[in-house]
Design a binder for this molecule. Structure first.
Ligand code: NAD
Ligand code: COI
Length: 331
């Protein structure tokens, strides 16, 4: 089969090359994203494989259908940036990789939590100013003494619950559709109770429209003033202006943000200008009680190898037997 790959990251390319050599299929690898203009490159290919968080447009799906290409697999989990109904209307079938390594993201959420609990950003800021005395004055908190509230007990949320429990924390969870899992050591509570009780609030829910700004000023006001908010899920879940206000007015203890609200726009600006043109990002970056990372919670060897190999295998299943178990359907 001939497959065109878009959005290839440097660290994915060796796994792509290896998959090609092992399977005998042909890959044409592009680092550019899939959009209305780059879709034309797919003429003559059997299927498309992509990694991106920017939207897939209606026009792109129409052009894809006109090229006679029906199957697209994405190398990531989140499908929030895809208009699945538009894809379906054009006869395009899509599969994601729902579990390339839930632990990768869950471990990152724990990493951000520990960093904030031990106040390492504040320590580093003092060391950067050569104030060694002040750097020794930040009393930390121990994870084992904290109550962690996990919002969204799906694959990643459940991995996070296990890790936090392993550290000795009391774990609360909220999910309107909890999966039966007797090995999970957590107590399911209503969201308001989770906000009121948790010292750490850890989000693992999809960035679909229904979850847009699920954390705004009203929700932040329900949290403890020293609570930590961790978001490795999607940027649109948090009203960033409300978060900034809460942090600047000591209404929140700190935040770990791997998925930033205007991430896509920012990344596009970065490509064009070589820098993030976003004062809100700069203000968050300057706060020692904020861990801000550029959407890297997934970025481990295991996850990258799996996202490449699984998504290409799903595409081959689509192309050879007409189905794959990870096909996604309109919400
Ligand atoms: P999943 O589908 O297995 O689980 C999501 C869970 O969230 C489901 O159980 C669902 O019932 C629940 N949910 C949905 N809306 C909710 C709400 N409003 N309140 C409480 N629970 C709600 O998904 P997953 O594999 O756990 O992934 C979660 C998200 O993590 C993905 O959608 C993606 O956006 C994000 N993600 C981020 C990275 C990263 O590198 N930062 C990597 C992979 C995935
Ligand atoms: C996902 O898999 O959904 C992610 O968020 C990671 C990715 C976009 C690299």
């Amino acid at each position: 089969m001939k497959i065109i790959v878009y959005g290839a990251h440097d660290d994915e390319i060796p796994y792509m090359t290896q998959w090609q050599a092992t399977t005998g299929h042909t890959l044409e690898i592009h680092q550019e994203l899939l959009d209305d203009t780059t879709i034309d490159w797919a003429a003559g290919f059997d299927g498309i494989n992509v990694l991106q968080t920017t939207p897939y447009s209606q026009t792109m799906f129409a052009k894809m259908a006109a090229l006679g290409i029906r199957f697209l697999t994405i190398r990531n989990v989140g499908t929030d940036n895809i208009d699945l109904a538009a894809a379906q209307a054009h006869g395009i079938r899509i599969a994601n990789v729902p579990a390339y390594s839930p632990n990768a993201i869950a471990e990152f959420a724990v990493t951000a939590t520990l960093h904030l609990l031990r106040r390492l950003g504040e320590v580093e800021a003092k060391l950067a100013a050569s104030d060694y005395q002040a750097a020794t004055a930040f009393l930390g908190r121990e994870l084992a003494q904290q109550t962690v509230g996990v919002v969204g007990a799906g694959r990643i949320g459940r991995a996070a619950i296990k890790l936090f429990h392993g550290f000795g924390a009391k774990v609360l969870a909220y999910d309107p559709h909890p999966v039966q899992d007797d090995s999970l050591a957590c107590e399911y509570v209503e969201l308001d109770e989770l906000f009121a009780q948790a010292d750490v609030i850890d989000l693992h829910i999809p960035g679909i429209a229904a979850n847009d700004h699920i954390i705004g000023a009203a929700e932040l006001a329900k949290m403890k003033p020293n609570a930590l908010l961790i978001n490795t899920a999607r940027g649109n879940l948090i009203d960033t202006q409300a978060l900034l206000h809460a942090l600047e007015h000591q209404q929140l203890g700190g935040a770990g943000i791997d998925t930033y609200e205007r991430e896509s726009a920012n990344l596009l600006t970065l490509k064009e200008t070589g820098r993030f043109e976003d004062p809100t990002w700069d203000r968050l970056r300057a706060m020692p009680n904020v861990v801000l990372t550029p959407h890297i919670a997934y970025l481990t060897e295991t996850a990258v190898q799996n996202m490449v190999e699984f998504s290409l295998n799903y595409l081959i299943e689509f192309l050879t037997v007409g189905a794959t178990e990870t096909e996604v359907h309109p919400r």
